[in-house]
Design a binder for this molecule. Structure first.
Ligand SMILES: *[C@@H]1O[C@H](CO)[C@@H](O)[C@H](O)[C@H]1NC(C)=O
Ligand SMILES: *[C@@H]1O[C@H](CO)[C@@H](O)[C@H](O)[C@H]1NC(C)=O
Length: 205
């Protein structure tokens, strides 16, 4: 009798402690398939029809004002495309500390844009630029902790990126006409992963 009671108690505890964020739970793409390292995925908003475009390296248009004009400076912002039909630029996930396959929740990961032959602008690794507004950039070094993110379940339909160091979720803020990824708890970026099935057709900008 005691044994039976103990077992049901364990089951009850397990049932209670298995909600949203579950470390080591595999991350899945929109088809329900395991997300794997070294594979290209588009990161898109789970909410379509309202600025639902994918994530890419920006700027998506040239503001033509600052010192860093995209004609002579590598784009380095992580932005969500304003175009709902634009899937953005594929990303590649890897375990930051050790190899992870498949990609699991609450694991330190690096995120980089997949850009073919990045001879000139090879800055592709996501990084948290700590500041009053902590924007994400593509100037990361995969061995530094400010380039480490975790993926956690946001709700039944979406995931969120979280800065490993501060545990702050990645949100989106409208800044100078761009939808930039930023550490922000107000508007969490509700992300889904769509596998890039094309082969060899990659952005070169
Ligand atoms: C990017 O290019 C620079 C200059 O050619 C080089 O020093 C650096 O190692 C490259 N970085 C990566 C990540 O390929
Ligand atoms: C993940 O990264 C954070 C921030 O650097 C660190 O505090 C934590 O210990 C890391 N976790 C693992 C499992 O490596």
């Amino acid at each position: 009798m005691k044994v039976v009671l103990l077992i049901s108690l364990v089951h009850l505890l397990l049932a209670i402690s298995t909600p949203c964020t579950n470390a080591n739970e595999p991350v899945r793409d929109t088809k329900g398939e395991l997300v794997r390292p070294g594979t290209k995925y588009y990161v898109m908003s789970a909410i379509r029809g309202f600025y639902g475009g994918g994530v890419r390296r920006g700027p998506t248009y040239n503001a033509n004002s600052g010192v860093c004009n995209s004609d002579y400076c590598c784009p380095y912002e992580v932005v969500q495309s304003l175009d709902d039909e634009d899937k953005g630029m594929p990303i590649i996930l890897e375990g930051a500390v050790s190899k992870v396959d498949p990609i699991t929740e609450s694991t330190n990961l690096t995120v980089r844009f997949s850009i073919r032959n990045p001879l000139i602008c090879n800055n592709t690794v996501w990084k948290v630029e700590k500041g009053e507004i902590s924007f994400l950039s593509t100037n990361g070094n995969p061995s530094k902790a400010d380039a480490w993110f975790q993926i956690k379940r946001n709700n039944e339909f979406s995931y969120k990126f979280v800065d490993s160091a501060s545990n702050s979720p990645v949100g989106i803020t409208l800044y100078n006409g761009e939808r930039r990824l930023v550490l922000d708890t107000n508007e969490i970026f509700q992300a889904v992963f769509i596998k890039d099935t094309r082969d060899g057709i990659n952005s070169i900008i």
